[in-house]
Ligand binder design. Structure first.
Ligand code: PHE
Length: 456
């Protein structure tokens, strides 16, 4: 058996710290902002079903692979993939998967930060009472006012990047661990409050549920399936090394299978609960389910504007959305910082400043795609849509596919068995069958059929 690698950057205090940090990474804008709006765009129930299937069949096995690779190598994804490949008698070229992940992290964070900036802006605006008593039409206009104003968007985008950089520069233990410990449960409670509002104050809760869970397969296009799969990767933070990097800090004795299952279930619950909170409000106010990226920012403020205590709840809610985004943003840039610090001995501070600047600059493309560049399009997509599509639907699934093949075929069985430490061989063999065949095949089939349809 290969000898154990030493942890270069320390380990999490306990298994629960890993769960909180990884859940902090997984639960973010993907759940509360993106899941509802793409579900709206792709027609509801059937899309949700495909997404849930992808979480189970592709997401969970691949998350286990990422954690076990990270924990075994105890390094950033670039070195982890390279080192373990050489150790297993394969080529160091596997480190390219890590490089692609670092690039994907930069691209995702560049637009993620702009959207998180919207949440910061809403925290401030609702806090100041600007949304008190507004109707659905007015919230739509207020959203338009924000996105059409590059200066405002740049201000909030910059603020969010500065917050991210501060936490990253301080190291993983101090800022992150403590904040997620309070914020994740609080976010959950507030989401439940919102669902309570949806149930009691609108008579459309049933319609919302039906939209989420009634499977109308006629609405399912090839692109919808690709997007559902991409979202499974995005929402679980898979395919770019974030979870691998966190896995590198995971204590040796923690069980990978149970831990990963907990994270995936929590992440899925938050997304479904967000959907149940948002769609009844959307239907009750005659809003468009397929309204796109603005859905969360138009529907919920309207509810807050009209509910008792809405100013306070609304402020806290968007604050928590911002914080959920922050705990994800950190994991998008940590792999790159970990690489530079571990491999090139650059200080964390220098690495953080350089990378944050690059991401900030890239983010300007997304800022402008909502206003002055909104008509600049490639393949019928503006800059933001293109980045989103390229990362979530191409780069993450591709990264996940390769990681799965690596864990299933390249790593020695004994190494994997030791890392997963499963007493139950049936479970181990189920994971292995998924990692070797099922997950890669599912990703490949979806890729090939979508591309075939696109070009035929
Ligand atoms: N999972 C995060 C979310 O749902 C986004 C993310 C993607 C974070 C990839 C890290 C890596 O908001």
């Amino acid at each position: 058996m290969a000898e154990a690698h030493k942890a270069v950057s320390g380990t999490w205090a306990t298994r629960w710290t890993f769960i909180l940090a990884a859940t902090g990474s997984a639960v973010g804008l993907g759940n509360i902002w993106k899941f509802p709006y793409i579900t709206g765009e792709y027609g509801g129930g059937a899309f949700v079903l495909v997404y849930l299937a992808c979480i189970a069949v592709v997401g969970i096995p691949i998350m286990m692979s990422e954690v076990l690779i990270g924990r075994h190598a105890r390094r950033n994804p670039i070195n982890a993939m390279g080192d373990l490949a050489v150790e297993s008698g394969s080529t160091r070229a596997w480190s390219l998967v890590g490089w692609m992940g670092v690039l994907a992290g930069f691209l995702i964070l560049s637009f993620y930060s702009v959207i998180a900036g919207w949440a910061l802006n809403y925290t401030a605006d609702i806090g100041m009472g600007l949304f008190n008593g507004v109707n659905a039409k007015q919230t739509g206009e207020m959203f338009g006012d924000l996105t059409s104003n590059p200066g405002r968007l740049i201000f909030w985008h910059s603020l969010f990047m500065i917050l991210t950089a501060i936490i990253i520069a301080r190291g993983i233990h101090k800022g992150l661990e403590n904040s997620v410990r309070i914020m994740m449960p609080a976010l959950f409670v507030l989401l439940l409050v919102m669902v309570g509002y949806s149930i009691t104050s609108t008579d459309k809760f049933g319609e919302g549920l039906k939209f989420l869970f009634a499977f109308d397969f006629s609405k399912l296009t090839g692109e919808a399936i690709l997007v559902a799969m991409g979202h499974a990767f995005f929402t679980l933070s898979l395919g770019m090394g974030a979870i691998m990097t966190y896995g590198a800090y995971m204590p040796k004795q923690a069980s990978i299978g149970g831990t990963v299952l907990t994270i995936a279930v929590l992440d899925t619950l938050v997304a479904l609960v967000a959907g149940m909170a948002i769609f009844p409000i959307v239907f009750a106010n005659g809003l468009e389910a397929g309204a796109g990226p603005g859905l969360l920012f138009v529907s919920l403020p309207q509810a807050f504007g009209s509910m008792a205590g809405g100013q306070i709840f609304g402020t806290i809610f968007f604050l928590l959305v911002s914080i959920a985004a922050l705990s994800s943003a950190i994991s998008l840039i940590e792999p790159a910082v970990a690489y530079i610090v571990q491999q090139h001995n650059v200080s964390r501070l220098t690495a953080t400043i350089c990378f944050s600047l690059i991401v900030w600059l890239l983010g300007l493309g997304t800022v402008f795609s909502f206003n002055i560049w909104s008509e600049v399009k490639l393949f019928d997509k503006n800059f933001f849509d293109l980045l989103d599509f390229l990362t979530a639907n191409i780069m993450l699934p591709l990264g996940g596919l390769l990681i799965s093949i690596f864990a299933g075929w390249i790593l020695k069985r004994s190494v994997v068995l030791n890392e997963l430490a499963m007493q139950n061989l049936v479970r181990f063999n189920t994971w292995r069958a998924a990692a070797r065949v099922l997950s890669p095949l599912a990703v490949l089939v979806i890729f090939v059929t979508t591309l075939y349809k696109a070009f035929s």
